[in-house]
Design a protein around this ligand. Structure first.
Ligand SMILES: CCCCC/C=C\C/C=C\C=C\CC(=O)SCCNC(=O)CCNC(=O)[C@H](O)C(C)(C)COP(=O)(O)OP(=O)(O)OC[C@H]1O[C@@H](n2cnc3c(N)ncnc32)[C@H](O)[C@@H]1OP(=O)(O)O
Length: 303
């Protein structure tokens, strides 16, 4: 995160309507706002819109990086900083992640950030990917992914790193870690996240084949927790969040940390080695050739 902050991207402002914020029973936070008639604080960085309702404690982060919410360096940086800001904001207790783009939750990492660039760029990019995952997977507050479209690779990682996944029940959508289809390899912490979500055997098949699942198949293997009609996704996510908010924060948070910390610590213990691995892997001629071919196929709508 320090690296993210050092990059000097401007902070998202949530306005200044909150004048009192204090803890109450069950670790819940109450917020009084005397200057503003509204309890909503909205902010829009260029790639993510954040809407925090301090009366409910629920924030919605809406990805808006057209056309497909690919996660480039700027998006990843804004995402990490936005999460950090909400984590520090006592009036926020849970975050819903969703997309402003029709049909797409996120197309995953921006392939153009991994193609034809310098080693220095790959290094900076990969550190930003790590920062984002470390922040989200180890997040102290509740996160719900409202997956309102396809969610390949990095998009699936973001979904899996959330506490609960609700997907729009549209048979045209797909979700999964498809890296091998691009000729690349999901790093160990993507793999760990999937193993923790769907188990070892399913991950073995998923990763090797680069499987993309329909919503109903994703539900069957436990990659998502619930399917809902597309038009209900945000209301269902909000209702679900309300149930999570009934749990005392400190108890939920410690339980989450107990389950996730060993996985987070594995990457923390080897961040530099992981970056070195990524840079030497991605810069290989054969890998660049694979990515080039995949990009061509994408442009020709053959993927
Ligand atoms: C042993 C050591 C190992 C160390 C680790 C090494 C490596 C780890 C490597 C990396 C891990 C990467 C994880 C990733 O996330 S890779 C990204 C994977 N993503 C995909 O495969 C998604 C591809 N896209 C699609 O399938 C479709 O675009 C999608 C279903 C998302 C949307 O379809 P739709 O028909 O609506 O839109 P398109 O016309 O296809 O796309 C519009 C436009 O956007 C471009 N685009 C799509 N996805 C990406 C992307 N991920 N990055 C960049 N650009 C993307 C697409 O090319 C179109 O562009 P244009 O033709 O309009 O210019």
């Amino acid at each position: 995160m320090a690296a993210v902050l050092r990059r000097g991207i401007k902070f998202i402002s949530f306005g200044s309507s909150q004048v009192f914020s204090g803890g109450c029973k069950h670790g819940k936070t109450s917020t009084l706002s005397s200057f503003s008639s509204s309890n909503r604080n909205s902010s829009s960085s260029s790639k993510i819109k954040v809407d925090l309702d301090s009366s409910t404690g629920i924030a919605v982060m809406k990805f808006q990086n057209p056309p497909v919410n690919s996660m480039n360096l700027e998006f990843l940086t804004e995402f990490s900083i936005g999460l950090e800001k909400l984590e520090l904001d006592k009036s926020c207790r849970g975050v819903i992640l969703t997309s402003a783009q029709p049909k797409i939750f996120s197309a995953g990492l921006d392939i153009l950030d991994m193609y034809g660039k310098t080693p220095e760029h790959y290094e900076e990019f990969w550190r930003a990917v790590q920062d984002m995952w470390l922040k989200l997977y180890g997040y102290s507050k509740i996160t719900i992914a409202a997956i309102n479209g396809s969610s390949p690779a990095g998009g699936c990682l973001v979904s899996m790193a959330s506490d609960y996944r609700i997907m729009a029940d549209n048979p045209r959508y797909r979700i999964g870690l498809n890296e091998t289809q691009l000729g690349i390899v999901a790093p160990f912490w993507f793999k760990d996240t999937m193993v923790n979500t769907v188990g070892h055997r399913t991950t073995e098949l998923s990763l090797q084949f680069g499987l993309m699942y329909s919503p109903s198949d994703a539900l069957k293997i436990g990659l998502v927790d619930q399917l809902v009609p597309e038009e209900n996704i945000l209301s269902t996510a909000t209702e679900t969040m309300t149930k999570w908010l009934d749990i005392p924060d400190h108890a939920r948070e410690i339980s989450k940390s107990m389950l996730r910390k060993p996985t987070v610590d594995r990457l923390l213990a080897s961040r530099d080695a992981d970056i070195k691995n990524f840079v030497s892997f991605i810069a290989k001629d054969s890998i660049q050739k694979s990515l080039g071919l995949y990009l061509t196929m994408l442009k020709q709508r053959k993927v």
